[in-house]
Design a protein around this ligand. Structure first.
Ligand code: BTN
Length: 261
């Protein structure tokens, strides 16, 4: 089925203002990673995904038109940014978009790619790339933001630490309004990354994360390591202080003490 084309009407520096809207698709990430070429900054939005994917080969579940399911396609000079930059830029952009829509909510970023409200996960990000020879040729930033789901949804999916914007704010926000805000912020933060060699992006990320200095555990797939969240490296790694020794981790699942996440 061919998608409906939506124009955001936003004035953008890097992204383009075209959204391809599908009622149903396997996965917006899979679509953009396919053989077709797209212009830089094309956004693919779906009301429903039949094979939505999360990090670490997990499934990303959704019900029709209850969440924002979309991916942003990047090529051109942007592919020279390091991989972690896209995750950080997307997380910061979702954070700032939600803050502008609901300034009173208690938002937080959790390393590497989660956005939380009241210590519960409201949004996840999956950045994937394709290479051509030894160079990156395509980057796809996939974002799944829970907007309208009720408690039952999370209970049925067994997602104890999950929530939606509606559950936390008691307001049913418009999916398209939120999407446009995220696109606008992503465009601004992509430019900020370029203009500050990434430093302002790392600075913002840290200022949006309340868990630095707190007790955490990281599951790196081999073992679970407890420690204190010491800092974020300039390469996007998480630096954990385990009994006085600082270790950098580049992937893994973090849990924060005294929370369900
Ligand atoms: C995570 O595991 O936290 C990341 C979830 C990312 C889900 C989004 S929904 C839109 C895009 N398409 C996919 O198949 N996955 C991402």
């Amino acid at each position: 089925m061919s998608p409906e084309k939506i124009h955001t009407g936003l004035s953008l520096q890097i992204l383009n203002d075209k959204i391809l809207h599908f009622k149903s698709i396997n996965s917006t990430n899979t679509y953009l990673l396919g053989a077709h070429s797209h212009s830089n900054g094309t956004v693919v939005l779906a009301d429903f995904q039949t094979s939505g994917r999360g990090r670490l080969a997990r499934v990303w579940e959704s019900k029709k038109a209850e969440s924002l399911l979309f991916s942003i396609f990047l090529n051109r000079d942007l592919v020279s940014y390091p991989h972690f930059a896209f995750t950080f830029i997307a997380a910061i952009s979702v954070f700032e978009a939600l803050q502008s829509i609901a300034p009173e909510i208690n938002l937080a970023l959790k390393w590497p790619n989660d956005i939380l409200i009241n210590n519960k996960k409201v949004c996840g990000i999956l950045v994937e790339c394709r290479t051509s020879g030894s160079n990156l040729s395509k980057i796809v930033i996939g974002i799944g933001l829970n907007v309208l789901q009720d408690k039952d949804f999370f209970k049925k999916q067994g997602l104890k630490g999950g929530t939606s914007l509606a559950l936390e704010t008691k307001v049913k926000s418009s999916l398209l309004t939120i999407l446009k805000q995220i696109i606008l912020k992503t465009d601004q933060n992509l430019a900020l990354y370029k203009n500050t060699d990434g430093l302002e992006i790392i600075k913002k990320w840290k200022s949006y994360c309340p868990y630095i200095g707190k007790k955490i555990k990281i599951d790196n797939g081999k073992e679970i390591i407890p420690g204190i969240f010491h800092d974020i490296g300039t390469d996007g790694s998480i630096i954990i202080d385990s009994k006085g020794k600082l270790n950098n981790f580049y992937a893994g699942d973090v849990t924060v003490e005294n929370t369900e996440i």
